[in-house]
Design a protein around this ligand. Structure first.
Ligand SMILES: NC(=O)C1=CN([C@@H]2O[C@H](COP(=O)(O)OP(=O)(O)OC[C@H]3O[C@@H](n4cnc5c(N)ncnc54)[C@H](OP(=O)(O)O)[C@@H]3O)[C@@H](O)[C@H]2O)C=CC1
Ligand SMILES: CC(C)CCC[C@@H](C)[C@H]1CC[C@H]2C3=C(CC[C@]12C)[C@@]1(C)CCC(=O)[C@@H](C)[C@@H]1CC3
Length: 336
């Protein structure tokens, strides 16, 4: 039986590396569906995958996770194409207008917190959020809410009594409880929307397990570590890509002290790939699976307990359900 795998944000970085790794492992038993916002980039990714795996089944799906109508029509298309979805990788993500606090960075360099700073980016990054055409905060909509809506819309192909399905979120070690407020789930009042959205995905994964395990749906979260992709390049916009490359020896050196510097998308996709091979029923819903790379360059996956609780995850879930019904009502009114 072919396994059907849908990956959001599959046209670049960690998502594309995951697709490549999945096809290297099994070209014939997989049906890959690349869900991409930009179809030109999606086509280029599909062609690259088919060049290295000409026998593979790789389909494209247009989906902008920040747009309610786009997610709903993409989900409709998925339900038409497939009877069952085995893996849903929720990987699309943004960190818009990041601000790198140079002063805090240098202060952190000479503090006892230096390893944590390099592993999580804690205390040195803030962002300015935008608003989507649906009137939602952009980071929340893209990283979390669009994916939540997608799961809800895909229930018929994800929930089967006789077979499990696995939803896997690309979260981050930058997810902090302090950046999240259940009274402000969209992070309207803060300057760390990225951290807030990733913490919310950790909470949501727990709530999904509580509600859906009996229906065969399991959810897990991973952190890919610090990976050089367009997302990280944008952190220092005045820093051209080749300068990042020049810094690689420094980063390899730092990797001797923190195995979170996975650096390449291939390494960053380690935990995503590892989870593909696990029985979802055997996994712990309270842990995040971290992609790690040792000083010698060996990849491995390590579970680490998350700072989340059931009560907050349930409150978040209720708020998301409420928002879902509000946005759907608005959409129906617009279509009338
Ligand atoms: N790089 C890192 O160090 C870390 C990354 N992560 C997470 O990993 C994930 C992948 O990021 P990464 O590979 O690094 O970065 P990339 O920028 O390479 O990939 C992000 C992907 O998300 C897609 N995307 C962005 N916005 C949307 C949208 N509105 N609708 C659909 N797709 C969208 C992008 O598509 P498009 O080409 O159209 O922009 C792209 O394919 C993200 O969730 C990120 O938060 C987590 C921890 C560390
Ligand atoms: C130019 C300097 C010599 C080096 C600058 C390094 C920083 C820009 C990075 C050090 C740790 C990095 C990091 C992230 C971004 C870039 C750094 C702050 C993340 C916050 C990127 C997004 C994530 O989700 C986190 C897991 C990353 C944690 C580490």
């Amino acid at each position: 039986m072919n396994k059907v795998v849908l990956v959001t944000g599959a046209n670049s970085g960690i998502g594309l590396a995951l697709c490549e790794r999945l096809l290297c492992q099994d070209t014939e038993g997989l049906q890959l569906c690349l869900a991409c916002r930009n179809m030109h980039r999606g086509q280029a990714a599909r062609s690259a995958l088919l060049t290295s795996h000409p026998e593979a089944q790789v389909a494209l799906l247009q989906m902008d996770t920040s747009s309610i109508s786009s997610v709903i029509s993409a989900a409709r298309e998925v339900r038409l194409r497939y009877n069952q979805l085995d893996y849903l990788y929720l990987n699309a993500g943004i960190m818009p207008n990041p601000r790198f606090d140079v002063k805090a960075f240098f202060k952190g360099l000479f503090s006892s917190n230096v390893i944590t700073m390099f592993a999580t980016g804690e205390g040195i990054l803030t962002q300015t959020d935008g608003v989507t055409a649906d009137g939602l905060q952009e980071v929340f909509a893209t990283n979390l809410f669009g994916h939540f809506l997608l799961i809800r819309e895909l229930e018929p192909v994800l929930c089967h009594a006789d077979q499990t399905s696995h939803v896997i979120w690309t979260s981050s070690s930058n997810a902090h409880r302090s950046a999240f407020n259940v009274e402000d789930i969209q992070h309207l009042r803060g300057i760390q929307p990225y951290s807030s959205s990733k913490y919310a995905s950790d909470l949501l994964s727990l709530a999904l397990n509580t509600r859906y395990n009996q229906q065969g749906l399991y959810s897990s979260v991973i952190c890919p570590g610090f990976v050089m992709t367009s997302l990280t390049y944008s952190i220092l916009p005045s820093f051209p890509a080749f300068l990042w490359t020049l810094l690689m020896p420094l980063f390899w050196l730092i990797r001797l002290f923190t195995n979170t510097f996975t650096l390449t998308p291939y390494n960053g996709a380690e935990a995503l790939f590892w989870l593909f091979e696990q029985n979802p029923e055997s996994l712990n819903p309270h842990v995040k699976y971290h992609s790690l790379t040792s000083g010698l360059g060996n990849n491995y996956t390590q579970p680490r307990k998350m700072d989340i609780d059931l009560e907050t995850s349930e409150s978040l879930y209720e708020k998301l359900l409420q928002l879902e019904s509000e946005v759907k009502k608005k959409l129906e009114e617009k279509l009338k």
